[in-house]
Design a protein around this ligand. Structure first.
Ligand SMILES: [Mn+2]
Length: 335
């Protein structure tokens, strides 16, 4: 990693116009890493712009610098101009150009700028001149911090950029609970708090943002719609478009609901079916020797990680659930 770190530092020193990009459907790690790097490069008096494929979700609007993100969806001309004039492009929290969406991907691929990847996802594609790709890292923010440390510039991290890094680590680790969290992760967090980061405000800003409708929808889903299958440790919830409307559904309102189902004692696989625009979106979560990506892949046109996958069905909500109940039996590990 040390060699790549130095090379990236040289790229930055030579660059006249830097663009920071990240993947579609921004999350805490993509926004956090992009804006942390943005604040640092500003300190180095670099010309730097952040260009993302689509706008940040409202629960991340508080992040310092968020309003300066140029998103390709609503500020296309500005975004195109920024990418075309860049001589250095950072690709943060993704490792394949397709992750930025068709239109932005074409621009990215055509650009003759040097490209730098900092990422922690599996199977990186070969499209960057300098790469930090560590699939065991808990987040891109952790790798970004390590880069800054490697090039001996930790003194430039302050409360603002530190909060961005804290955000990415917190959201990508389910608040520091996943196996990807190491002692090094906690050392980084301790250092960030030492630099003035108010960790409790970040937790509040991200997690204490429920609307009354959202809480009621989740209450309804869990009290009225939870189904635990007989004799097997699998539970699911299905929600129709009508039910969502009743609670004035907003994008993100069912976020994390599937994890709550997985949190039931003894449950090894949790599934959430949500009817949207005539299709059914499916979220799978699991633990132990239950691997949901195989099921998602075999029957629901999906895939993902072993313990967290997604799928889609063009059949009705009822039919989809019925199909799931039938096929899931083939994916129960033999004792
Ligand atoms: Mn990430």
């Amino acid at each position: 990693m040390y060699q790549s770190s130095q090379k990236i530092k040289e790229f930055v020193e030579q660059a006249r116009s830097i663009v920071i990009t990240s993947h579609k459907s921004p999350d805490g790690d993509s926004i956090g890493s992009s804006l942390a790097l943005f604040h640092i490069l500003k300190k180095w008096e670099k010309k730097v712009q952040v260009v993302h494929p689509d706008p940040a979700p409202t629960f991340l609007h508080w992040v310092s610098g968020q309003e300066q993100i140029i998103d390709f969806e609503t500020k296309r001309e500005h975004a195109v101009a920024a990418i075309q004039s860049a001589d250095l492009i950072f690709c943060l929290d993704y490792n394949h150009p397709s992750r930025v969406g068709d239109h932005m991907q074409a621009l990215l691929v055509e650009s003759s700028a040097n490209k730098v990847m900092i990422d922690h996802h599996l199977h990186p594609a070969d499209f960057c001149q300098a790469v930090i790709s560590e699939t065991t890292a808990c987040s891109t923010c952790e790798l970004l911090y390590t880069w800054i440390k490697d090039i001996d510039r930790l003194d430039d991290l302050d409360e603002t950029s530190g909060a961005c890094i804290y955000l990415g680590i917190m959201t990508d680790t389910g608040s520091f609970r996943f196996p990807s969290v190491s002692s090094a992760t906690h050392e980084i967090l301790a250092d960030l708090i030492g630099r003035g980061v108010k960790h409790y405000l970040i937790h509040e800003a991200v997690y204490d943002t429920n609307t009354v409708d959202r809480i009621k929808l989740r209450g309804y889903a869990l009290s009225e719609k939870l189904v635990c299958l007989n004799d097997i440790p699998i539970a699911y919830v299905s929600l129709s478009e009508k039910e969502l409307e009743k609670y004035n559904y907003q994008k993100g309102d069912t976020e994390g609901l599937v994890n709550q189902i997985l949190g039931i004692q003894g449950i090894k696989m949790a599934v959430l079916f949500v009817e949207k625009e005539g299709k059914v979106k499916i979220s799978f979560r699991s633990k132990g020797d239950y691997f949901v990506n195989e099921l998602a892949n075999a029957h629901f046109d999906g895939g993902g990680h072993a313990y967290a996958s997604g799928g889609i069905s063009a059949e009705s909500l009822d039919k989809t659930v019925e199909k799931f109940v039938t096929f899931v039996k083939d994916f129960i590990p033999k004792a």
